[in-house]
Design a protein around this ligand. Structure first.
Ligand code: ACO
Length: 441
């Protein structure tokens, strides 16, 4: 089957003609334009018309939904939410405003923001009974393991907000999830170090509150450093949504079955955990520590380039960005701000990171494969500088991405064209045969 060179133009009547050379038949498939970015070929009727499926492992060329939330141009290194560039949002907006926008039409005005912040603040406590869940985990459990369990269990605690067909309940669930994730995450950490849980405080901002629940103890005051809180808020904002990435697609797929939003988000947390996705920020720090000193960088760059070696430079490369990840650029700036504000003049891991980045960006292998630093490259260093334990890095990503997951889930439920997600396959196993009786095998 070959693509005809004559992809037509002319507004909504555009189509692409595919010719099946085995039958000599041609079939037209509509081209759907987005508001920006490449048009997509609607192959919904492909099997019906041709008897063939498409084959696209990793969904590298497959659009599974229509979305108005986030746009990425990977070649140009552009990330926009509802038309606003991520750099602009990082400079002139904040995480709560972005959360509001992802659940509503546009950025909030002053009154809308105040009301939204109040709602989120007032939903930040968790059911007291949920605390007993933590006791069931081993102290050394990875906090992401705790997150998968506890977030999934929320559906048992808030059954009043899991009717997915009720728009009011969908909104309440979104608020509950965004509000409770920092509390659940911070409790996972406190449990692991044997300290008492710290309850959320309504006089603190979202980022301040999270830092307070992480680092305060009942015995002493814990004033949150405003520079650290600002960096934290920026990290949340930069990770809020990233269109149809692996964890978001997981949330949509789970949600497409009618599963409740808490269960769907728990599935997203599991997908985020892997080192090829959200686990990369933790892997970056482990890798920089393993490199240890700048003189060993060439050895690791060579390892990453060696096709026989499975090692990859964590924090480099991205499925969509074939240019500098715009979020990494913003974080590079924040990284220096935070280190200056904390009076950290010399951070050995940052020195290694800077030199590693320089070397990789000049290396033919990385240039040719378009491997640039991604968001995880710098977020790990900032988090380390502010004293965040490495095992919490991916938890932080999960907290930030919760708004993206729930906004995408909500968009899917409200989209009349969405159906149960169910990919097809190319079967290469045995063809029909008879079972040989056990005594004859
Ligand atoms: N180091 C060395 N080589 C790399 C790297 C890397 N970090 N990333 C990709 N490559 C190479 C691959 O070996 C492959 O080489 P080949 O063409 O010779 O086979 C080529 O570049 C293309 O890579 P793929 O893995 O095919 O591309 P894909 O889009 O599937 O991978 C991924 C994207 C998984 C992110 C990859 O770049 C990677 O593993 N990076 C390291 C992990 C990481 O930082 N993940 C965070 C992603 S950002 C996020 O989730 C927030």
């Amino acid at each position: 089957m070959a693509k005809s060179p004559a992809a037509n133009s002319g507004g909504s009547n555009e189509y692409v003609t595919l010719t099946d050379h085995s039958t000599g038949k041609s079939h037209d498939f509509p081209l759907m334009p987005g508001s920006t970015g490449p048009k997509v070929i609607n192959i919904g009727k492909l099997y019906g018309q041709t008897g063939h499926f498409t084959y696209d492992p990793g969904f590298t060329c497959t659009g599974a939904c229509e979305s108005k939330l986030t746009y990425i141009d990977g070649e140009a290194g552009i990330l926009m939410h509802k038309g606003y560039m991520i750099e602009d949002l990082a400079e002139h907006s904040d995480y709560m405003e972005l959360c509001y926008m992802l659940l509503n039409d546009d950025l909030p005005n002053k009154a809308e923001k105040a009301e939204f912040v109040k709602i989120i603040t007032e939903h930040s406590m968790i059911h007291e009974q949920l605390k007993t869940f933590y006791d069931g985990f081993r102290r050394g459990a990875h906090p992401m393991a705790i997150m998968c369990g506890v977030v999934g269990a929320l559906s048992a605690f808030y059954p009043d907000s899991i009717d997915i067909l009720d728009p009011v309940q969908r909104k309440i669930t979104a608020h509950r999830l965004v509000a409770k994730m920092p509390t659940i995450g911070a409790m996972a950490y406190k449990y692991s170090i044997g300290q008492p849980f710290i309850y959320p405080r309504n006089d603190l901002t979202y980022a301040e509150n999270f830092l307070h629940m992480m680092f305060a103890v009942p015995a002493a005051e814990y004033p949150v450093n405003p520079v650290v809180a600002k960096a934290m808020d920026r990290i949340f904002l930069l990770h809020a949504d990233h269109e149809q990435n692996a964890s978001t697609s997981t949330v949509r797929l789970a949600g497409s079955t009618g599963a409740n939003p808490f269960a769907s988000v728990a599935a997203g947390i599991a997908a985020l955990w892997g080192p090829a996705h959200g686990g990369a920020n933790e892997a970056v720090i482990n890798m920089l520590a393993e490199i240890g000193t700048p003189d060993r960088i060439p050895e690791y760059v060579d390892k990453a380039k060696d096709p026989e070696d499975e090692f990859r430079l964590f924090g480099f490369g991205h499925r969509v960005y074939k240019n500098y990840d715009p979020r990494a650029k913003v974080l590079q700036e924040s990284c220096h701000e935070v280190l200056n504000a904390l009076g950290i003049e010399h951070e050995p891991l940052l020195d290694i990171a800077v030199q590693l980045e320089e070397m990789a960006l000049k290396d033919e292998y990385f240039i040719e494969k378009k491997l640039f630093p991604n968001v995880d490259f710098y977020s790990g260093i900032i988090l380390k500088a502010i004293g965040m334990p490495t095992t919490m890095f991916t938890v932080l990503f999960a907290i930030a991405r919760t708004i993206g997951w729930i906004a995408q889930w909500k968009e899917m439920i409200e989209d009349p064209t969405q159906k149960l997600g169910r990919p097809r396959q190319l079967y290469t196993g045995a063809t029909e045969r008879s079972v040989v009786a056990l005594h004859k095998r």
